[in-house]
Design a protein. Structure first.
Ligand SMILES: [Fe+2]
Length: 127
């Protein structure tokens, strides 16, 4: 019997996240965003969030294969986007963020032109 193709077989379907953080594949290491941000922030005070792709393992940065953009959310609240030009900018972004209340975890999502969407989240507390 012929095996059916499903979304689970297609990296371009949905949003990819690592299956096992203790045993990341090279593909996952190249694509999962890394979020650097405080664990706790004060309400209505700006803080810095840095997001990097390829920190765990370098991702190609050439016209045929590159990171197109990084989006940052807090919960489902959109905070911003950084877009990149193949070979001329690196997939790292610094966002200055100010939150008045809890929305949920910080979520960084990136888009590779060949390997689709990848996302990670980081809890954040607002005092
Ligand atoms: Fe890629």
């Amino acid at each position: 019997m012929e095996r059916r193709w499903t979304c689970e077989d297609d990296i371009l379907c949905g949003i990819n996240t690592p299956k096992d953080w203790e045993n990341l594949t090279d593909l996952e290491k190249k694509h999962v965003p890394v979020i650097e941000a405080p664990d706790r922030v004060k309400k209505d005070e700006p803080f810095t969030v840095k997001v990097m792709v390829g920190k765990l393992l370098a991702h190609p940065n050439e016209p045929a294969h590159f990171i197109e953009w990084i989006d940052l959310y807090c919960g489902d609240t959109y905070l911003g986007r950084a877009a990149f030009s193949a070979g001329m900018s690196y997939p790292e972004a610094v966002f200055i963020v100010k939150l008045s209340h809890a929305h949920g975890p910080l979520r960084a999502r990136e888009k590779c032109n060949l390997h689709g969407l990848w996302e990670v989240s980081k809890p954040i507390e607002i005092e």
